[in-house]
Design a protein. Structure first.
Length: 369
C-alpha cells in the first residue's frame, strides 16, 4: 500500500499550513469591528464621491457661445445655450480668448458636411458637440493635453487608496506579529509549522482582504459612474483601473512582507514604530512625490519605475496618455523582481527574529541568523 509523498512539517503540508494561517488572518479581521467599520466608511466615501461627481456634472448652467449671422440659425432655440451674436469670425475668436464665451461657432466654407466649425480655447464644450448628429470640426486656440484638475484628482484617488491599504494592513500585520511574540503564541504556532509558512499565510491572508477592498471600491466606482451617466470618465479609467489592481497586488505583497519582518524584530508594541517607520516612509515619500509632481512628465516617468511608487505613478501616466504600451509591462517586471527580493529578505529576518525576546533585534543580526 503506497503512502503519500506530500511534503509536510509538523503533521501539516506546506499548502495546508499556509491556508490555515491565511484563514486565521482573514477570520480575525472579519471579526474585528474596527476593520468592518473602517471598510464600510471607505466604501461610503467612494460612493459619495462618485454620486457627487455625477450630480455636479449634470448640474450645468447655460453654455455661452459666440455665433455669427451665418451660424446662428444652426443653434437658435437649442436648450442650454446662451448665444452672443458677433459681426465676424475675428470678433468671435476674440471673445473666446478673453473667456467671455466658452466656444464660438464660426463659418467653415471648406467643410461641405457642416459649413461651420467650433472654436474653443482648451477644449470644446461637450454639451455643444452632443447637440449635433455628427461632430463638427473643432479648432483649439490654446490646446491642453490633459485636464490638470482631473490629473490631480486621479493621482490623489490612486494614491490615497494605495497608501491607506498599505499602511493600515501593514501596521496591523506588524502589531499582530508582536502580539503573538509577547503572548508566546508564536511558540505554539512554530511547533506546528515553519516560520516561512507562517509568514506566507499572513501575507496571503492580508493580501486577499486588501484586494477584496480594492475590487469592492472598483465595483462601486464603475456602477456609480454608469448610473450617473459619467461614461466618458469611465472609458478613460478602464485600463488604468485594471493596471492599478495588478500593480497594487504585487506592491502590497512586497510591503506586507516587509511590515511582518519589521514586527518580528521587536517584542513590545511600543517599539513597533522604530522598525516600521522606514517602511512607512518608503510608502509615503513616493505618494507625496506623485501628488505634487503629477504634472511633471520626467518625474512621473522615473516614479513609475520605482517599485514603491509604481502602483500609483504608472496608472496615472496611463490615464493621461503619457505611457507607451510597453512601459507598464517593464515596470511590472521590475516590481515583480523587487517583490521576490523583498520576500526573501523578509523571510530571512522573520525566521531569525521571531523567537528572540527582549530588546529590538538589530537588522544585521536578523540577516545573519
Amino acid at each position: 500500500m503506497s503512502t503519500s509523498t506530500t511534503p509536510s512539517t509538523g503533521g501539516l503540508s506546506v499548502g495546508n499550513g499556509v491556508f490555515l494561517v491565511a484563514e486565521r488572518e482573514i477570520g480575525s479581521k472579519l471579526r474585528s469591528k474596527a476593520f468592518l467599520i473602517s471598510t464600510g466608511i471607505l466604501l461610503l466615501i467612494a460612493l459619495a464621491g462618485v454620486l457627487i461627481g455625477g450630480f455636479m456634472s449634470k448640474n450645468t448652467t447655460e453654455t455661452a457661445i459666440a455665433v455669427t449671422s451665418e451660424t446662428a440659425p444652426a443653434v437658435h432655440g437649442l436648450p442650454g445655450l446662451k448665444l452672443t451674436e458677433v459681426a465676424d469670425t475675428t470678433a468671435a475668436e476674440k471673445l473666446v480668448r478673453e473667456g467671455k464665451v466658452e466656444a464660438a461657432l464660426i463659418p467653415a466654407p471648406g467643410d461641405t458636411s457642416f459649413g461651420f466649425e467650433i472654436v474653443a480655447l482648451k477644449s470644446a464644450p461637450s454639451s455643444l458637440q452632443s447637440m449635433f448628429a455628427k461632430t463638427p470640426k473643432v479648432t483649439l486656440l490654446a490646446p491642453d493635453t490633459t485636464n490638470p484638475l482631473l490629473r490631480y484628482l486621479v493621482a490623489i484617488g490612486f494614491g490615497v487608496v494605495f497608501l491607506m491599504a498599505a499602511s493600515t494592513f501593514g501596521a496591523t500585520m506588524a502589531q499582530s506579529v508582536v502580539e503573538e511574540k509577547s503572548t508566546r503564541v508564536v511558540e505554539l504556532l512554530l511547533a506546528a509549522i515553519p516560520a516561512r509558512v507562517l509568514l506566507a499565510g499572513k501575507v496571503i491572508g492580508n493580501t486577499v482582504l486588501a484586494m477584496a477592498q480594492i475590487l469592492a471600491l472598483a465595483a462601486i466606482a464603475v456602477v456609480g459612474l454608469i448610473v450617473t451617466g459619467q461614461n466618458a470618465v469611465l472609458e478613460g479609467l478602464g485600463s488604468p483601473l485594471v493596471w492599478f489592481a495588478v500593480f497594487f497586488l504585487f506592491g502590497f505583497v512586497l510591503l506586507a512582507s516587509l511590515f511582518a519582518a519589521a514586527g518580528a524584530m521587536v517584542s513590545r508594541q511600543e517599539d513597533i514604530g522604530s522598525t516600521t517607520m522606514p517602511i512607512t516612509m518608503l510608502v509615503m515619500a513616493p505618494y507625496f512625490l506623485v501628488i505634487f509632481l503629477n504634472d511633471n512628465p520626467v518625474a512621473m516617468t522615473i516614479l513609475s519605475y520605482i517599485p514603491f511608487s509604481a502602483p500609483v505613478a504608472m496608472p496615472v501616466r496611463l490615464f493621461v496618455g503619457e505611457a507607451q504600451w510597453w512601459e507598464p509591462l517593464v515596470s511590472l517586471v521590475i516590481l515583480l523582481v523587487s517583490c521576490v527580493v523583498a520576500i526573501l529578505v523578509a523571510a530571512k529576518i522573520y525566521e531569525n527574529s521571531l523567537l528572540r525576546m527582549g530588546g529590538r533585534v538589530k537588522l544585521s543580526e536578523a540577516l545573519k541568523g
